[in-house]
Design a protein around this ligand. Structure first.
Ligand code: DGJ
Length: 527
């Protein structure tokens, strides 16, 4: 069962404008799925799930590991479930991302062990303005931070001991959707004392040296108060003070936990966000205040250097907008939660090819109904992984998906509906028109195009028609010189039919039909 894998501990590596996850020496895209919250608490329950996940085409499973099960009694650790999960994943050739449900899961402390939950004197709770205790431990509780850090450190030590050579576990999520709900800021006594203190120098320094690249929201709130160089939270951040204050302190807490874990085993670590504001008028506290939402990214990155990236849980319609926000100032895109509907099979193309995403994972993957179009998308992307990762960060690859305005270039709309787009890539202008909508649930209308040379393209996907227009105006005739269908095997192109005549309208189009396919086209132009 044990696999000896070379290449060292999984790590992050910059490639052009992208950041890649390197697993056993190779760039790796997590074609994943996140389990329901309680599934991984029972190895028996997981038994029939593993083969289904492998059949679905996943290469990575995101699985919760909870503090309450790992350290049921203070100082007494039980890693039977962790070991069983690693064993189960390994047996089915799957990698794992463990989600550390420690002090917080969706803002509450429901996954903290009973000895933490019931000792409010030692592990103080966050409080509402009324002084009323909340269901969450306060991020100002030093004792909780210490206890969580010790548990996480012990967990990482154990993972290193049992999996440090095989790297079944490739990334860790620290806590889950942190932040405070129902109030914009914690009102416990410790929080109130801190709120009137000066904003830490390291944050002030970052604000001053990065004015141009701050998220627009943060820049605005600072400008509204006259771009102060020092002051209390209220003086510096005015109307944004509560959220910035909470973001700073949550990030500091989580950073201590992550740092403790990395001492034992420095896997890449991230936090995930419950997004907000999700509509106009929504205030911090209506969504988790202080969580790693897009507008708090700068604060999190300064306060939590041991957190390698911030990841959005995308359930919103505006998939594109969220991806866009989360690649702010080089943050690599990881999507640990998304809807598991048919659109997922299309969105994965967009995320992986357009935004160089290192992970896409629909939530509740264990209850997905088979057959699901995600399987075909994952199979294709998996075969193409070496070639996709080769073009990450180069600007020579685009990804797109129908169903919303998920296009990289100029939209082509008809009757208010987006029907395709135009985009320059290589030496030519590409026009992509989506075919008529297909029967729901069949295949995604989505794809990716890579300019391997200025006049050579790899085209993958389904449900669209690609044509080429000249870039230099003097060459008014553009045609496809050769068009081959084929597939990738370990990154190597294996051609099959040469397409011409009816299949390419005599060299004018690449027609992507109702099945996901891969094509290689060479294009030429003449006056
Ligand atoms: C977001 C959380 O992060 C998940 O753990 C899960 O509770 C989902 N919401 C449920 O939709």
């Amino acid at each position: 069962m044990k696999k000896n894998r070379d290449g060292g501990i999984p790590y992050l590596r910059k490639k052009g404008t992208a950041t890649q996850l390197i697993v056993d020496g190779e760039p790796f895209i997590m074609l994943g799925g996140e389990l329901h919250n309680s599934s991984s608490s029972s190895l028996k329950y997981m038994e029939p799930i593993w083969p289904r996940l492998a059949r679905l085409g996943l290469n990575t499973v995101l699985a919760p590991v909870s503090w309450e099960l790992v350290e049921p009694e203070e100082g007494k650790f039980d890693f039977a479930i962790v070991d069983g999960l690693i064993e189960g994943a390994c047996k089915h050739n799957l990698r794992l991302v463990f989600l550390w449900f420690g002090t917080w899961k969706n803002t509450s402390s429901s996954y903290a062990p009973a000895w933490v939950k019931t000792n409010l004197k030692r592990f103080q709770r966050a409080q509402l303005g009324t002084g009323k205790n909340m269901d969450a431990v306060s991020c100002f509780s030093k004792a909780a931070c210490q206890a969580d850090s010790r548990a996480f450190r012990t967990l990482m030590k154990h993972i290193y001991e049992v999996d440090g050579q095989e790297h079944t576990v490739i990334t860790m999520q620290v806590e889950n959707e942190v932040g405070i709900l129902r109030t914009p800021r914690d009102r416990c006594q410790m929080a109130e004392e801190r709120f009137v203190q000066q904003v830490p120098r390291e944050l002030m320094k970052h604000l001053q040296t990065h004015v141009e690249c701050l998220t627009p929201y943060l820049r605005n709130v600072c400008e509204e108060t006259g771009s102060k160089t020092a002051g209390t939270w209220k003086e510096v951040f005015g109307s944004g003070a509560d959220e910035v204050f909470m973001a700073w302190h949550f990030a500091k807490y989580v950073d201590v936990v992550a740092r403790a874990g990395k001492v034992e085993y420095p896997l890449p670590m991230y936090v995930n966000a419950w997004l907000g504001p999700q509509h106009e008028g929504q205030q911090p506290g209506d969504y988790p205040s202080g969580g790693p939402v897009a507008r708090m990214m700068d604060v999190w990155r300064v306060a939590a250097p041991n957190i390698d990236f911030l990841a959005p849980d995308i359930y919103l319609e505006d998939f594109r907008g969220v991806c866009c926000e989360y690649v702010h100032s080089g943050n690599p895109l990881m999507i640990p939660e998304a809807r598991r509907d048919e659109q997922a099979a299309a969105n994965v193309f967009y995320a992986v090819a357009q935004y160089d995403a290192m992970c896409f994972a629909p939530f509740g993957i264990d209850s997905i109904v088979e057959p699901h179009p995600l399987t075909a998308s994952y199979r294709l992307l998996s075969e193409m992984m070496p070639v996709i990762t080769k073009y990450h960060g180069t600007g020579r690859m685009i990804g797109f998906a129908d169903g919303s305005s998920y296009s990289p270039g100029f939209n082509i709309s008809m009757g208010g509906v987006m029907r395709g787009f135009e985009q320059k890539l290589g030496s030519y202008r590409l026009q992509v028109l989506f075919n008529k909508p297909l029967e729901k649930g069949k295949v995604p209308t989505a794809g990716l195009i890579i300019a391997t040379e200025d006049d050579e393209y790899i085209i993958a996907g389904a449900g669209f028609t690609l044509s080429f227009a000249p870039k230099p105006v003097e060459d008014s005739n553009v045609e496809i010189l050769t068009l081959d269908e084929g597939r990738f095997e370990n990154g190597k192109w294996i051609p099959c039919r040469r397409l011409n005549g009816d299949e390419s309208q005599a060299g004018r189009i690449v027609y992507m039909g109702n099945e996901l396919g891969v094509y290689m086209a060479k294009v030429y132009s003449y006056p």
